[in-house]
Design a protein around this ligand. Structure first.
Ligand SMILES: [Zn+2]
Ligand SMILES: [Zn+2]
Ligand SMILES: [Zn+2]
Ligand SMILES: [Zn+2]
Length: 611
């Protein structure tokens, strides 16, 4: 009889301050800190063999939100055409999500006993290819067919990862927006267009990292501004143009020169604004109401390291968390998209979870390991597509006692018979799923948004790549053939297939052509906005490039005393962190890479100038 010792003491070196390891994927060194070791010990997993960045890439290569296809429903007696996040040639079974969530089929029918003569991941992959999958994730939505990963949507078109949006189009990571188009990470905006990381704005366009602004355009890092145009770092101001104060009368007269209805004028303003932005200091990290935390775009964080993109909920005692939203996240590591979680490790797209190791899309789960798309389950291992179950392994039901005796044996087996992928990376217990198990190609997934690759690079790393489908439509109007001004656009534009100005020559999943939908045209007319020249995918990727990567560099403050280091910005305030004329000694972790052109100030110097 084999015994299965826990070997806790020997696995973790508690005496060292930190340990440097070599990532088995990118071969770069990465550091495991004492806090990391304490966490791995608590959840009883070995330290990771992939660096944090490669872990993020591996996880996000399993999440497709924006790539949609047509595919037939394969539920018994069904054949209707579905909008699906799975390509028609993906080797899986797809059901209409309403049927999938019904009791008309039983996921336990796909159960099999654990085979100790075969690798765990090989068996798991086989289960993944046999079990049915829901076509999209969409709950309680009306007239919003071309949306995925959404809840409570009304009249939305191509809106992804969102809750409670109404009359919106071309948006992602968005909640509670109304009558708005072209948004990335936007919360509670109305009548807005082309926003990146903006909240609570009204009738505001072409803006980023701004909050509570009204009747404005081309804002960056502004708060509480009304009737402002082309401004950076303003707080509670009105009637400013390119950071210069005007009277109301002067403003109204001058603003006429900068109409957004003409594409030519718009392009000139964009270029001028992009240049102007670089003349102002940037806050090294957009972290607010937080303590002892590093990362970017975080609020209410406590003891967090390398965490990014929260939507405002508390994140505590966690490391490498990306896009926590909705509910607090505590004591978690290596997570992408989580709403409410404790002691989660290597998980993605989960909600209301505790004690989860290596899993995707678990909604309400406890003590779940190596499972995918299971809801309201606890004590499951290696399961796919289960609902309301406990003590299952490979979708087979066991008693509590049987489960508890089998689980440690499987862990030993996963270590004794590890999985080696096509390029030689080895996966034992504690590693996330090998990328070969993803149902998606790299360029269909969120990985392409965080770490864009070209086909060759992706394939070298063991990812698959999806070449664009052959289009069966004909472009009837080139981008340059569109009227310059929105006032000259007639309704016949709705019949045209417009060629994207990128013509497929970019790495942004360009669809090469696009059509306008009627409410979108009405919106451009109402807001006096020139027609876009790029397809929705190219516009999405342009917005992504306005954000920093989810990565940190150790840098020092660019404040040289009276001016910025590069001499471009002249300080106006008193800086508490250093004497006037002396360079600021502060150092920090920032998502602005060293080769970036922005002037990056520490919080203290930034606050003296901007806030
Ligand atoms: Zn790596
Ligand atoms: Zn395009
Ligand atoms: Zn400073
Ligand atoms: Zn300073």
């Amino acid at each position: 009889m084999t015994s299965f010792p826990r070997r806790r003491e020997s696995r973790y070196n508690k005496n060292v301050a930190s340990e440097t390891k070599t990532c088995q994927n990118c071969h770069d060194p990465f550091t495991i800190e004492p806090d990391d070791f304490a966490f791995y010990e608590k959840i009883d997993v070995p330290p990771p063999t992939f660096c944090p960045e490669c872990r993020l890439q591996r996880q996000t290569a399993f999440r497709n939100v924006r790539s949609l296809y047509h595919r037939a429903c394969e539920a018994p007696g069904h054949s209707e055409n579905l909008i699906s996040m799975f390509a028609p040639d993906a080797d899986i079974v797809v059901y209409d999500q309403k049927y999938w969530w019904s009791d008309a089929w039983n996921p336990l029918d796909y159960g099999k006993s654990y085979d100790f003569s075969q690798n765990f991941f090989v068996q798991f992959k086989e289960l993944m290819s046999k079990i049915p999958w829901p076509n999209v994730v969409s709950t309680n939505s009306t007239n919003s067919d071309y949306c995925n990963s959404v809840l409570n949507h009304k009249n939305c078109y191509l809106v992804f990862s969102g809750i409670d949006n109404e009359n919106c189009g071309y948006a992602e990571q968005v909640d509670l927006n109304k009558d708005s188009y072209d948004l990335k990470k936007a919360f509670r905006n109305e009548l807005c267009y082309e926003l990146v990381n903006c909240n609570e704005c009204y009738a505001t366009s072409f803006s980023a990292f701004s909050t509570a602004c009204v009747n404005s355009a081309f804002l960056y890092d502004c708060r509480g501004c009304t009737n402002c145009f082309g401004c950076v770092g303003l707080r509670n101001k009105s009637y400013y143009i390119f950071n210069r104060q005007y009277t109301k009368e002067e403003y109204l007269k001058k603003i006429g020169e900068y109409g957004l209805g003409s594409y030519q004028a718009l392009s000139a303003t964009k270029a001028k604004f992009d240049e102007m932005r670089l003349a102002y200091p940037y806050r090294h990290a957009r972290i607010f109401y937080s303590s002892r935390s590093t990362g970017d775009v975080l609020t209410h964080a406590k003891n967090c390291h390398s965490c990014f993109d929260s939507l405002g909920e508390a994140v505590e005692d966690s490391r490498y968390i990306y896009h926590p939203y909705g509910k607090p996240v505590r004591d978690c590591q290596s997570v992408f998209t989580l709403s409410g979680g404790e002691r989660c490790y290597e998980v993605i797209s989960c909600r209301m979870c505790s004690d989860i190791i290596c899993a995707k899309k678990i909604w309400t789960g406890h003590r779940v390991k190596y499972s995918y798309n299971c809801h309201n389950c606890n004590n499951i291992f290696g399961c796919v597509g289960l609902r309301d179950k406990s003590y299952c392994i490979f979708n087979r039901q066991y008693t509590k006692e049987e489960y508890e005796s089998m689980e440690p044996k499987i862990i030993v087996h996963m270590n004794a018979m590890p999985y080696t992928d096509a390029i030689g990376r080895v996966y034992r217990y504690g590693e996330f799923f090998p990328v070969e198990l993803s149902q998606f190609s790299y360029n269909e997934t969120v990985a392409q948004e965080y770490m864009p690759l070209i086909k060759d690079e992706a394939e070298k790393l063991g990812f698959t790549w999806r070449d664009p489908d052959t289009k069966n439509y004909r472009v009837t109007k080139n981008a340059e053939g569109l009227p310059d001004h929105i006032r000259d656009v007639t309704d016949s534009i709705l019949e045209e297939t417009i060629g994207c100005a990128h013509e497929g020559n970019c790495n942004d999943n360009c669809t090469t052509a696009f059509k306008l939908i009627p409410p979108e045209l009405q919106f451009y007319r109402k807001m006096n906005l020139a027609l876009p020249r790029l397809c929705p995918n190219c516009r999405h990727f342009e917005r992504l490039r306005k954000r920093n990567p989810a990565k940190l560099w150790h840098r020092s403050c660019h404040c040289a005393g009276e001016k910025s280091e590069n001499g471009v910005y002249t300080n106006t305030g008193t800086h508490p962190s250093h004497a006037k004329g002396e360079p600021c000694p502060n150092e920090f972790e920032t998502s602005y890479a060293p080769d970036r052109p922005e002037i990056v100030y520490c919080e203290s110097c930034y606050n003296a100038e901007i806030a």
